[in-house]
Ligand binder design. Structure first.
Ligand code: SF4
Length: 361
């Protein structure tokens, strides 16, 4: 796989989805059989993945099962929850203890790990030894919003690989620069993003929004630029993306990216689960058989408009396959509503495109 590739698979069964992509990409060909493979999920706290803040254990199960079937034996899971949360409890509550037992894969709490000091440009960063020492690092973040940095995805997920004291210090450094520089010290070989149901506004979860997809790639800058657009942000709104690009960690050039989609018929899942915050935003929406991937993008876009104070000026929005062929006055989102007077095409359109379109009306 080249660094300018992003692979996207739709569905609601993360274990099967990730296996399908790994099989297609033949990821086993780039890993030596004796290599130690480190899987770094996001277990920021003890809330299960259904709440939108932590990586699905089913997704990680799919990665492990695939690798073990390809005869890889040295697989470990590494994570350090955020400062104040207990990683061991997160392993237990989020389904990783069962995972570890089922596949005989050890769990390492990076809060208990030793660290090395690494100099990156003008910053000295403390980085845990375990992620530095693995031969092949798989970064498995959740795509979700963040109350300070707006986005958390591939670049920011590595913050779980530093000691707690260092996590606190990052805040004194303004977060963005050390997050970007950390990705210079630690360079994952593969990124597999859990974009099944990341949170609408906060990294800790509580307001999951179904997006029903997994993204796979190698360039964290490209992946984060694309991920930002999926939850309603431009890459320029996330400072650490630009900083990471400036020190040549990757490219944010989405126009040159090679995007491949799989199982596009599975994005037609129309059962969207509303949380209370999403329900509030949904008051603007008239949905008929809307795919959750499409509906989720619209919810993210409406939240971004709300953040900007523009939500209440938006009129009724039509979305969903049930509007195909109908000519209606008003605003329609997605190719299915091409007959609606003001329409944004796309199947599904990204939240950032929806945001820009609604803002421009
Ligand atoms: S445009 Fe229609 S078919 Fe495409 S994702 Fe949206 S609702 Fe589904």
């Amino acid at each position: 796989m080249e660094r300018n590739e992003i692979h996207i698979i739709y569905g609601d069964n993360p274990e099967q989805m990730v296996k399908k992509v790994l099989e297609t990409l033949h990821i086993e060909n780039e890993i030596g059989k004796d290599m130690v493979i480190g899987i770094k999920p996001n277990l920021i706290n003890t809330r299960p993945a259904e709440q939108g803040g932590t990586t699905s254990p089913d997704l990680v199960a799919g990665i492990i099962d695939y690798l073990q079937r390809e005869m890889f034996k040295n697989i470990i899971i590494i994570e350090g929850s955020w400062a104040g949360a207990d990683t061991q409890k997160a392993f237990a509550n989020c389904g990783y203890l069962e995972l570890s037992e089922k596949y005989d894969v050890p769990l390492y709490d990076l809060k208990a790990d030793t660290y090395r000091e690494i100099e990156v440009k003008d910053l000295k960063l403390k980085v845990c030894e375990k992620p530095l020492n693995v031969d092949y690092l798989i970064n498995v973040p959740v795509l979700k919003a963040h109350c300070q940095t707006r986005l958390t995805c591939a670049l920011k997920n590595l913050k779980g690989c530093i000691p707690d004291s260092e996590k606190r210090r990052y805040h004194t450094l303004g977060l963005h620069k050390p997050i970007a520089y950390l990705n210079y010290a630690l360079r994952p070989d593969l990124i597999i993003v859990d974009a099944i149901q990341g949170d609408l506004s906060f990294e800790e979860g509580g307001c999951p929004v179904q997006m029903n997809r997994i993204l796979v790639g190698k360039d964290p800058v490209l992946i984060d630029s694309y991920g930002a657009s999926l939850i309603g942000y431009g890459k320029d709104e996330i400072d650490y993306i630009g900083i990471a690009e400036s020190i040549e960690i990757g490219s944010s050039d989405l126009d040159s990216a090679l995007i491949t989609e799989y199982e596009t018929d599975l994005k037609n899942n129309t059962s969207f689960q509303h949380t209370s915050r999403a329900a509030l935003l949904a008051e603007k929406i008239e949905a008929r058989e809307a795919c959750s991937a499409c509906y989720g993008s619209l919810i993210h876009a409406l939240q971004r408009l709300k953040d900007k104070g523009k939500f209440y000026q938006i009129d009724r929005i039509y979305i969903g396959q049930g509007f195909r062929g109908e000519e209606i006055e008003g605003t329609g989102i997605g190719s299915c509503t091409a007959g609606v007077e003001k329409n944004l095409p796309g199947c599904p359109p990204a939240a950032k495109d929806i945001y820009d379109f609604l803002l421009g009306l």
